[in-house]
Design a binder for this molecule. Structure first.
Ligand code: X2X
Length: 359
């Protein structure tokens, strides 16, 4: 009996220590930042991730998603600095918004570099799973933020109130809203357009008021959830660049999680990353995205985004590879200038990754 009581006390003491350690280590809420709204593909990916973490940790780890750039008071290009300095714990972030601080993240914003590859999805997967992806991860980590995984917000397509857009000439003089990242301004200037830098939080009212003639964003991720047809009648499928998403965490916060919890969070990142990719690629790939979404019971209200946009009165123009080639040539000077800024080694790694995947 005495022996039994001793064991019982020991077990109780252990539970109390373990319990208090948990209570000390875990915050009541971890803040996760997302730039666009909850109904965007990207916003849903972040919510899916936070829900998985809550479920798999039986409610111990509570990640709260702050959509609509709330944590940055609308200024989307401040997100990286805020994750770095710990004002934000987690982010599901676009390379585009972090590229002003981390020049390597401009790689996938090189205009038309991926669009001219034989298979644009194989090309981006080859980069993110390959040497170039590792170099981008290292670049982010060297600047002070931990990368947990990569997903995507989709290829960015053009929507305009005038059109159709089939050649660089059609872009001349158009006022286009772009994000506050220099490579975007330069790419649209090279096409003869008039780019206007606007935060996403203001862009939507800008479209309503007709301040611009067009904008560029991913179809499933942003344009359809935003009902872009209310502002722009023309959709041009030109795949000029892609918007990878980074699952990231502040390194000090990351270290506070026990190894088992880190693995739990990583497993949620892996699943949410596949979900995010499937949302972005629905109706644009070989059918993999649709069967994945069906398999997890997370289908969208449409399976064909082009037919869906047309049913809302949009005119969809899909550019041929020759037409895309003309845009590629018109933006050569931008790629030349940015090869130097991004780093020739990284560009070389990306080209090699893509060439190996195309074989
Ligand atoms: O601002 C945009 O266009 C958006 C929502 O796609 C980004 O945050 C890059």
């Amino acid at each position: 009996m005495k022996h039994f009581l001793k064991l019982l006390y020991a077990a109780l003491a252990f539970c109390m220590v373990a319990g208090s350690a948990n209570a000390q280590d875990l915050k009541g809420e971890y803040k996760l930042s997302v730039v666009p709204g909850a109904s965007s593909g990207w916003g849903k990916t972040a919510t899916y991730f936070a829900d998985l973490v809550r479920e798999r940790s039986q409610g111990r780890i509570n990640i709260k998603v702050y959509h609509n750039s709330q944590l940055m008071a609308g200024k989307q290009t401040s997100e990286f600095m805020m994750v770095r300095n710990g004002a934000i714990d987690f982010a599901v972030a676009s390379t585009i918004n972090w590229s002003p601080q981390i020049r390597e993240l401009n790689l996938t914003a090189m205009p038309f570099m991926l669009a001219v590859q034989p298979d644009r999805y194989k090309a981006v997967d080859a980069i993110l799973d390959g040497k170039a992806g590792r170099m981008m991860t290292e670049a982010v980590e060297k600047k002070g933020v931990t990368v947990l995984g990569w997903s995507e917000n989709g290829y960015r397509e053009m929507t305009t109130s005038v059109g159709p857009i089939t050649s660089p000439n059609d872009m001349k003089g158009l006022k286009i809203r772009v994000v506050g990242s220099p490579i975007f301004i330069e790419s649209f200037r090279a096409l003869g357009a008039n780019p206007l830098n606007m935060n996403w939080s203001e862009a939507q009212t800008g479209f309503q008021q007709g301040l611009v003639d067009g904008q560029e964003n991913p179809t499933n991720g942003i344009n359809i959830p935003l009902k872009i047809w209310n502002y722009h009648k023309h959709h041009t499928d030109w795949h000029y660049l892609i918007d990878p998403l980074i699952f990231a965490v502040n390194p000090k916060i990351w270290k506070t999680f026990a190894p088992a919890d880190q693995e739990l969070i990583r497993s949620c990142v892996r699943d949410a990353a596949v979900y995010g990719k499937a949302l972005s690629r629905l109706g644009m790939d070989d059918g993999t995205a649709l069967s994945y979404l069906k398999g997890i019971g997370m289908e969208l209200e449409y399976t064909d985004p082009y037919a869906f946009m047309e049913s809302h009165g949009m005119i969809v123009t899909k550019l041929s590879s020759d037409q895309i080639r003309a845009f590629y040539e018109a933006t050569q000077s931008v790629r030349d200038a940015w090869t130097k800024k991004i780093g020739e080694q990284l560009i070389k790694a990306a080209l090699e990754d893509m060439a190996a995947a195309a074989k």
